[in-house]
Write a new protein. Structure first.
Length: 248
C-alpha cells in the first residue's frame, strides 16, 4: 500500500487532502501539532474506512521533523507522496509587521516545507521515486493586501517547488504546487467573523469566484491527489480558485 504524508492534516485543507488520499487507497500519515485535533480527524478518516496514522509534530522545528521521518520509516516503512500543507496566516500592514511576525510566517509556511522536503527525499527514493505537492496560494502569485509576510512565504513555496522539480526529476521525484483561492475552512470562517460586516465580506469573496462559491476542502484535496498521481506533471503551479484570478 502506498503511503502519503500530509502535514497540518487535522483540519481544513489538510483534512480535505487526507480524505482524498485515503479514498484513493493510500495509507495516510497525518502530521499534526494539535494532538486532540489530530485524533478527531484520524477517527473520522477511519470511520470512512480509510487507513490513517497520526504523528504529532510541529514541522517548523527541525528536530521534530527529523524525528517525524524516522518514526514514519519505522512504523510504515515507506513514503510515496508528501503534501506540505501546514501553514497559517496572520494579516498585518507593512508597518504592523514586526520581524517576529515576519519570521513566524516564513518559518511556519515555508521553512517547514523545506525541512519536510529535505527529509522526505531519501524515503521517496527508497520507494522508487514519488511526488511532493506544496500548498501555495493565489497570494504567492498576485500578492495580498495587508499580507506581505504571508504572500512572501507562499511565493517562496513556488520558488521551492520549481527548484526541487529541476533538482529531483532525474531521480524520479516530481514536485508540484497547488495554489488555492478562497476555500471554506475554519481559518477562513474565523477571519470573516472578525470583520466589521461579516455578511458583506462573505458576499464579496464569494462573488469573486466565477463559479459562485468557495471551494470545499475535499475538492482541494482531490486536486492535490491529481498532482501527486499524474506522471507527466512536474514543476506545475495549479491555480485552484474558481476563476477568481481573472479579476486580479
Amino acid at each position: 500500500m502506498k503511503v502519503a504524508l500530509i502535514t497540518g492534516a487535522g483540519r481544513g485543507i489538510g483534512y480535505g487532502c487526507a480524505q482524498a488520499f485515503v479514498r484513493a487507497g493510500y495509507l495516510v500519515a497525518m502530521a499534526e501539532r494539535d494532538e486532540a485535533q489530530g485524533r478527531s480527524a484520524q477517527a473520522s478518516l477511519r470511520a470512512e474506512g480509510g487507513r490513517a496514522e497520526l504523528f504529532g509534530c510541529d514541522v517548523s522545528q527541525e528536530s521534530q521533523v527529523t524525528e517525524l521521518f524516522s518514526e514514519l520509516e519505522r512504523r510504515l516503512g515507506r513514503l510515496d507522496a508528501l503534501v506540505n500543507n501546514a501553514g497559517t496566516n496572520r494579516p498585518g500592514s507593512p508597518l504592523e509587521t514586526s520581524l517576529e511576525h515576519w519570521n513566524f510566517l516564513i518559518t511556519t509556511n515555508l521553512t517547514s516545507a523545506f525541512l519536510c522536503c529535505r527529509a522526505a527525499i531519501p524515503l521517496l527514493l527508497r520507494s522508487g521515486g514519488g511526488a511532493i505537492v506544496n500548498m501555495t496560494s493565489l497570494a504567492g502569485l498576485f500578492g495580498q493586501r495587508d499580507g506581505a509576510a504571508y504572500a512572501s512565504s507562499k511565493a517562496g513555496m513556488i520558488g521551492l517547488t520549481k527548484s526541487l522539480a529541476l533538482d529531483l526529476s532525474a531521480q524520479g521525484i516530481r514536485v508540484n504546487a497547488l495554489a488555492p483561492g478562497n476555500v471554506d475552512t475554519p481559518l477562513m470562517e474565523q477571519w470573516i467573523s472578525q470583520q466589521k460586516d461579516p455578511a458583506a465580506v462573505r458576499q464579496r469573496i464569494t462573488s469573486a469566484q466565477l463559479v459562485g462559491r468557495l471551494a470545499g476542502v475535499t475538492e482541494i484535496g482531490e486536486m492535490a491527489l491529481f498532482l501527486a498521481t499524474q506522471p507527466f506533471l512536474t514543476g506545475v503551479v495549479l491555480e485552484a480558485e474558481g476563476g477568481a484570478s481573472l479579476g486580479y
